[in-house]
Design a protein around this ligand. Structure first.
Ligand SMILES: C[S@@+](CC[C@H](N)C(=O)[O-])C[C@H]1O[C@@H](n2cnc3c(N)ncnc32)[C@H](O)[C@@H]1O
Length: 489
């Protein structure tokens, strides 16, 4: 259940020690990746161990899971002194020795967000350096060198619910896309953490109700289709029935079968997604997306991101907080004529509202299938120029020059929006963006280390960090999303 499931190949198996080696650890701060930094209690000055399933301040008995010249890793298997933030895990199968993708489910949700904020601050400090820390610390609401990590609206409501059963389920039932693998014995499973081994799973608590209701892990209906090694994806679009996708065969010849929610084979390959953009004054946005293509996985993510990114890009005063009570809709007449360059545009999630408001967006996306999706969705907009290709400095320089002077005065894009994959954009791309001299840049980042590096590159290219927000779009995992708004004054 990783955020960008199609870009994450299975990891090579971790070396497993022949006989289990146990160690008692004093657990310290969280580190990027879903673990804490710990030290053996009998040797506090000794080697650092990256321990999972623990919490800062705890003392745990842990089993070593990887030990080589570079890194020692362990799983906490017995809690000797528990943190007050420890809760009964919402997904025990993602616990010690289990599957990846639910590594924080033993942590109370507010403490998960504190954990993520700490990791964000740590990355900004270690990787971004003093200029980044200074810029972030100057933002309203920033504390300890980072902005707060906010709950998604549904989680905030569930956490405030008077019913303890609703509160206990907060952060579950959020994923509209999940990815499974079939075990050697033909059961639904997932990869073990940092392992090529597929372990059976019996519940999918992070998936939305429409996927849980399919019964993928227990019903014979599905099991009769499963073959060892097969990949199984479930997609629950915001409009319409869920689909189950089976991919079988070698890497070069994978065959796709699509099943309906009742297990019938179907020729359908596309799903309809509807995004509420009322806060921007655009009403409902309608998208057509290939079932195997990338789409933001948290059920509220498309709506929340569209609102924050588009307001960040086009509002007069830079903001990363989206529409606030009392905000009016964005004024399309004022926006018209602004030229937008959008990089890593996927199936056009942001392209549609951006072109609806400005009339001129050029987008660049590496997946030909995603660009085909965007073309379907945006066929009525003559001002949307959608290009399939790698984002490179040369492509940015070429696409970002619109040829005539715009509101910013030059011939470069007035606004650049970029939403790169986990590894971020990198210095070369950011320098190419800065060379266009856009007045405003909105960068979406799902990895705090890449964010810190890329922010540093923007600040070094003459941009000011005007606003930033962080969202807990992946509860019960260590992942979160950030939005940074940069301004050339
Ligand atoms: C995080 S997704 C964002 C997509 C879109 N903004 C959305 O929210 O749905 C990143 C996108 O970048 C694309 N991508 C990854 N590396 C790329 C590259 N080097 N050049 C162009 N596109 C790339 C992926 O195909 C993916 O669609």
């Amino acid at each position: 259940m990783s955020p960008h499931r199609r870009s994450a190949p299975p990891r090579p198996p971790a070396p497993v020690p022949a006989t289990p080696e146990y160690v008692t650890l004093a657990v310290g701060a969280p580190a990027h990746g879903g673990h804490c930094i710990a030290r053996p209690v009998d040797d506090p000055s000794g080697r650092i161990v990256f321990v999972r399933h623990a919490l800062p301040g705890e003392q745990v008995r842990a089993v070593m899971t990887e030990k080589n010249a570079k890194i020692w890793r362990a799983d906490a298997v017995e809690i000797l002194s528990a943190s007050p933030d420890r809760v009964r895990p919402v997904w025990a199968e993602a616990g010690p020795g289990g599957v990846g993708g639910g590594e924080l489910s033993h942590v109370a949700l507010p403490a998960q967000r504190t954990w993520k904020r700490w990791v964000l601050a740590d990355c900004l400090r270690r990787i971004g350096g003093a200029p980044v820390v200074e810029a972030v610390s100057a933002l309203p609401g920033a504390e300890g060198g980072a902005v707060p990590v906010e709950p998604m609206p549904g989680e905030a409501a569930a956490e405030a619910d008077p019913d303890p059963r609703v509160r206990a389920r907060a952060g579950t039932g959020t994923r509209t896309r999940i990815s499974l693998a079939v075990t050697e014995s033909g059961e639904a499973g997932m990869h073990g953490f940092r392992s090529g081994t597929v372990l059976p799973v019996h519940e999918l608590p992070l998936a939305v109700g429409a996927i849980q209701d399919l019964g993928l892990t227990e019903r014979a209906l599905w099991r009769k289709h499963f073959r060892p090694g097969m990949r199984v994806d479930a997609v629950a679009p915001s409009a319409g029935e869920p689909l189950v996708l089976l991919e079988d065969g070698g890497r070069s010849s994978r065959a796709l079968t699509v099943l309906t929610a009742t297990g019938r084979a179907t020729g359908r390959r596309r799903v309809a997604e509807v995004v509420d953009a009322a806060g921007l004054g655009l009403g409902e946005l309608h998208y057509s997306v290939h079932a195997t293509g990338f789409w933001q996985a948290h059920r509220e993510a498309p709506t929340v991101l569209v609102d924050r990114v588009v307001r960040g890009a086009l509002a007069e005063e830079p903001t990363a907080s989206g529409t606030r009570p009392g905000d009016g809709p964005l004024d399309a007449a004022r926006m018209a004529g602004a030229r937008v360059l959008e990089l890593y545009s996927g199936a056009g999630l942001f392209t549609l509202p951006l072109v609806a408001l400005t009339g001129a967006v050029r987008s660049l996306e590496g997946s030909g299938r995603a660009v085909a999706d965007a073309r379907r969705t945006l066929h009525e907009y003559a001002g949307a120029e959608l290009t399939a290709g790698r984002v490179t400095p040369a492509a940015v320089a070429q696409l970002g020059r619109f040829g005539t002077g715009g509101p910013s005065g030059g011939d470069g894009a007035d606004v650049v929006v970029l939403d790169p994959p986990r590894q971020g954009a990198g210095r070369g791309i950011i320098q190419a963006v800065a060379a266009l001299n856009p007045r405003r840049v909105v960068m979406v980042a799902c990895d705090p280390a890449a964010l810190a590096r890329d922010l540093g590159a923007f600040l070094g290219s003459g941009y000011r960090l005007a606003a930033m927000s962080a969202l807990d779009m992946f509860p019960h995992t260590h992942h979160f999303e950030t939005i940074a708004v940069l301004q050339r004054d």
